[in-house]
Design a protein around this ligand. Structure first.
Ligand SMILES: [Zn+2]
Length: 198
């Protein structure tokens, strides 16, 4: 899977063409997709649907959106890969932006895990409503701590709680947001910044 520079909102508005979403080089063998004076090496290979969860914007209701990822095949090595919007993370159902928002709401705004879930999760049925936390939220914080998620952000010390890990990561994500967003609440900036760090 390859994350495009194209963001989720633009992608949903209109799935990019084969040419627009074509990566510059093959992830498998490094062949340039369009060598100067040569033939195109990375060919469009159809579309593949992918679900993405979370609010589309920092103040919007959570949703499940279906994006059409673009598949490509490298003629040099035969590798097939999927190009997806920038915010779509490998092996995760939620967008990077949604996870950034969740970490900020939990770690910085100090909302309860339950309240964070209401803002971020599109699931309307809370079968585990009685549970004190939201396991997915802790899983994200743990993944950050182990550098499996947002690997470029600073990690709180080894004895830090997961909530502190979330706070430190969310602060770094917020700092990655466009400077024009500096007057917006930190959690909005974490949402926007996460798309860049993903
Ligand atoms: Zn290749």
């Amino acid at each position: 899977m390859i994350q495009s520079v194209i963001d989720l909102k633009s992608w949903i508005a209109q799935t990019p063409t084969v040419d627009e979403a074509r990566p510059a080089a093959c992830r498998g063998c490094g062949a340039a997709s369009c060598p100067v004076g040569g033939r195109i090496q990375i060919h469009g290979h159809g579309l593949r649907e992918r679900q993405v969860r979370g609010p589309p914007g920092p103040v919007e209701d959570p949703a499940i959106v279906v994006v059409e990822g673009r598949r490509y095949r490298c003629v040099c090595c035969g590798a097939v890969f999927l190009v997806v919007p920038r915010e779509v993370l490998p092996r995760r159902q939620y967008s990077a932006a949604a996870i950034g928002l969740a970490l900020a709401l939990w770690g910085l705004v100090r909302e309860t895990a339950h309240a964070v879930r209401r803002r971020v999760s599109p699931a309307k049925t809370f079968g585990f409503a009685a549970m004190p936390g939201w396991v997915t939220l802790r899983r994200w914080a743990k993944a950050v701590k182990q550098r499996r998620l947002f690997a470029s952000v600073p990690v709180a010390g080894p004895s830090a709680t997961l909530r502190t890990v979330a706070a430190v990561a969310a602060t770094a994500l917020a700092a990655s947001a466009d400077p024009t967003t500096r007057n917006r609440p930190l959690e909005h900036r974490a949402f926007l910044g996460a798309a860049h760090v993903a």
